[in-house]
Design a protein around this ligand. Structure first.
Ligand code: GAR
Length: 223
């Protein structure tokens, strides 16, 4: 058993919440020493809210349409997260751009997952953009949130091949599967105090050395 107090997470969602579920599952398996202090959605009907309620986690809806600016919305969001004593904010399919109000309230304490190998394909519909562009490798990125959009220092990335017959949905699902693996890992590294931000780079303490031959080439060299 970990002797540290569990890291208090505030998970922000807008949609189905499969990343939220992956985080809940990793905590339940004992892989991450964290607890969900609150799940906040900016959309009242987000299916992820139901997931959170089923799991017995506190939820909060902060409907962005009730606010006249992004800053005002962020002030309400920050107040809710602070009231729940959140130590790490986890954007999990949260489709709002955060402003300096939130970023300054939680410096290097907000993570986001984006369905591309950043800095490629920032913004919406990244999977479709990757497919349309014709890349052979796509993927996902967990990064710290700064004042740019999909721009903060990168913590972990996973690459997946793109196959010729892929539809948007095929690629989205292949990427999502890896999202569910890397997001809990990033949160675990943070909780263990192993992440240090140095400019654009995130230094990770106690990583195993390089392992030769572990490359993903798409299409493969054989065949
Ligand atoms: C995920 O693919 C996530 O990377 C993406 O939304 C999906 C949410 O799925 N996020 C973004 O595009 C943020 N710019 P989920 O609600 O099932 O976790």
């Amino acid at each position: 058993m970990a002797s540290r107090a569990a890291l208090r997470l505030g998970v922000l969602i807008s949609g189905s919440g499969t990343n939220l579920q992956a985080i809940i599952d990793a905590i339940e398996r004992g892989e991450v020493n964290a607890q969900i202090a609150v799940v906040v959605s900016n959309r009242p009907g987000a299916p992820g809210l139901e997931r959170a309620r089923r799991g017995g986690f506190p939820t909060s809806v902060i409907d962005h349409r009730r606010f006249s600016s992004r800053e005002e919305f962020d002030r309400a969001l920050a107040a809710e997260l602070k009231a729940r004593q959140v130590a790490l904010v986890v954007c999990a399919g949260f489709m709002r751009v955060l402003t300096a109000v939130m970023v300054r309230e939680f410096p290097n304490r907000i993570m986001n997952i984006h369905p591309s190998l950043l800095p490629a394909f920032r913004g919406l519909d990244a999977q479709k953009a990757a497919l349309d562009y014709g890349v052979r490798l796509a993927g996902c990125t967990v990064h710290f949130v700064d004042e740019g959009v999909d721009e903060g220092p990168i913590i972990i990335q996973a690459a997946v091949p793109v196959y010729p017959a892929d539809t948007d949905d095929d690629l989205r699902r292949r990427i999502l599967e890896q999202e569910h693996r890397i997001y809990p890992r990033a949160i675990g590294l943070f909780e263990q105090g192993r992440l240090t931000v140095a400019g654009r780079r995130v230094l990770i303490g106690d990583l195993p050395g390089p392992r030769p031959g572990r490359y993903l080439i798409s299409p493969p060299l054989d065949g």
